[in-house]
Design a binder for this molecule. Structure first.
Ligand code: AHR
Length: 511
């Protein structure tokens, strides 16, 4: 079959924020305990208790940002339990998840704020902390930001120094809760608006006077417009009496830098799915695009464009095999990786409104990038897609249209295009990613970049020799590595090639 990808280099969308390639790690299953943190366990090399085999694989992704400590866990987490000498830290409940080697709903607090921020230093990634709104107070959250970010002479800043960190950590991203319509407190939208305004008000005060205005705050949205609209309407509450006090506080919308939405999807099982379900998961993954569009539309009714970015801070496949009692672990297949390519393509197409995205989750849990056992760490097929797509980071996304067959899926709003693609440009380089979703035949693809000044400098393909149900194990992880692809550069701005069944192609063209 044949498809055509047309790239319009004269139609730039916006810069692709590096944060679109962000990640998420929760105190859940073997994500933190076992996957990232093993303490004094000498079976693997560690630095300050952090697993270096995992870190060294993750370094290959140049991770821009890491969200922590949840998820649902965030809204019952009390940060002071997790700082100071480890032997004095209390063991607490984990209200939401079993975790660690023992797989119990308990939190040892061995891995806390300083350990998380050490991990971020080792990965050279920006931390993003979600504070507890559901079961706590602005006071606790404010103390946390002061502990992390204040360089002056207060008891909390001194406590950080006593715990080994002289300079402020400079944590930039602060989430005001997580899914506060659900596990984060079951707030009605107007109630969460009141909470948001209160928490963000104090954060903002700290930020302006004691933190050089360098932090950004994230509100938790819902997938439905109705919820989001009530939230935004209520956030404005009290504004009829004027924009604040003599301090000139301005509109409560100034208290928000980003607005987040979450989307998980499944169809059939992780490895056990029918042909129809194979395609259905793409239709479901595509809903991320609609979620972003609807959130952008709602936001635009309240603030000028660009003032509040959209963050998709949890997204990915969540198969029925990933249950609470197995720490949300599932097999990570080529099918999953192909859905990732499609979601990244559609986020690029919305680069003008999306400020961050964090696939769930980083290690061992849900659609992870790295898996571990007691002695080794290895990459998943999804890791390979992130790796291939990295060339898009920081480039300008370009309007890209795909002329390809679409498959209608019963019960789904979206038809599934057999080819998904996106393109970006920067520094004399144009990068195109395209996936052939057809799993039973190759697709002859023509990529037209509309300018004969570009010629192909490299072409790689993922999953050429893998089956759609193949999942990563310690033994086979290297079989998902990218390999070179033969392409024909027609010399007039078009490139043709055969994309193997169920594969992802990365094409670099240089001026
Ligand atoms: O990622 C697993 C869970 O999914 C998170 O804790 C929660 O935010 C979401 O519902």
């Amino acid at each position: 079959m044949q498809s055509e990808v047309r790239v319009s280099s004269h139609e730039p969308i916006d810069n692709i924020s590096k944060n679109i390639y962000g990640h998420f790690a929760e105190h859940l299953g073997r994500c933190i305990y076992g996957g990232l943190w093993v303490g004094d366990d000498d079976r693997v090399e560690t630095e300050d208790g952090i697993r270096m085999d995992t870190v060294s694989l993750l370094r290959g992704l140049n991770m821009p940002v890491l969200r922590w400590p949840g998820g649902c866990f965030a809204d019952d987490y009390h940060w002071e339990d997790g700082v100071g000498p480890r032997e004095d830290r209390p063991r607490r409940r984990n209200l939401w998840w079993t975790q660690g080697r023992e797989n119990v709903p308990e939190e040892s607090n061995e891995f806390g704020t300083d350990e998380f921020l050490r991990l971020c230093q080792l990965l050279d990634t920006d931390p993003y902390i979600a504070v507890n709104v559901g079961s706590s107070t602005p006071q606790e959250a404010l103390d946390w930001i002061e502990y992390c970010n204040y360089g002056g002479d207060t008891e909390l800043a001194d406590r950080r120094r006593e715990n080994g960190q002289e300079e402020p950590y400079g944590v930039k991203y602060w989430g005001i809760g997580n899914e506060n319509w659900g596990c984060g407190g079951r707030f009605a939208p107007d109630e969460y608006a009141d909470e948001y305004r209160r928490f963000a008000n104090y954060f903002n005060g700290f930020d302006k006077l004691m933190n050089e205005g360098s932090t950004e705050f994230i509100a938790c949205g819902h997938l439905t417009d109705d919820w989001n609209k009530v939230f935004f309407d209520s956030l404005n509450g009290g504004m009829e009496f004027g924009p604040g006090s003599f301090l000139g506080m301005g509109s409560p919308f100034n208290l928000m830098d980003h607005f987040s939405v979450h989307r998980y999807y499944q169809a059939g099982g992780d490895t056990d799915f029918t042909d129809e379900q194979y395609y259905k998961i793409f239709a479901r993954a595509q809903k991320v695009g609609g979620d972003i569009d609807r959130a952008a539309e709602t936001i635009s009714q309240y603030v000028p464009e660009d003032e509040i970015g959209i963050i998709v801070d949890e997204w990915g496949v969540w198969h029925p095999e990933a249950r609470s009692d197995n720490g949300l672990e599932q097999e990570n297949t080529v099918r999953d990786a192909l859905t990732t390519a499609g979601v990244l393509d559609l986020i690029h197409a919305r680069a003008d409104v999306v400020s961050m995205a964090n696939i769930a989750q980083l290690v061992n849990v849900l659609q992870c990038l790295v898996q571990t056992d007691e002695e080794a760490a290895w990459r998943t097929p999804t890791y390979r897609v992130f790796d291939l797509y990295e060339n898009h980071v920081g480039q300008t996304a370009l309007e890209t249209s795909v002329d390809t067959e679409k498959r209608a899926i019963e019960g789904e709003d979206h038809d599934v295009p057999m080819v998904s693609a996106s393109a970006s440009e920067g520094d004399g380089e144009l990068f195109v990613t395209a996936s052939n979703r057809r799993h039973d035949e190759p697709e002859t693809l023509t990529v037209d970049v509309g300018s004969s000044s570009y010629s192909v400098s490299s072409a790689t393909v993922l999953f050429e020799d893998n089956d759609i149900r193949e999942y990563s194990t310690k033994e086979n992880a290297e079989s998902f590595e990218a390999s070179p692809l033969d392409v024909t550069d027609e010399g007039d701005g078009t490139v043709t090639f055969d994309a193997p069944p169920a594969s992802v192609v990365g094409l670099t063209l240089t001026e």
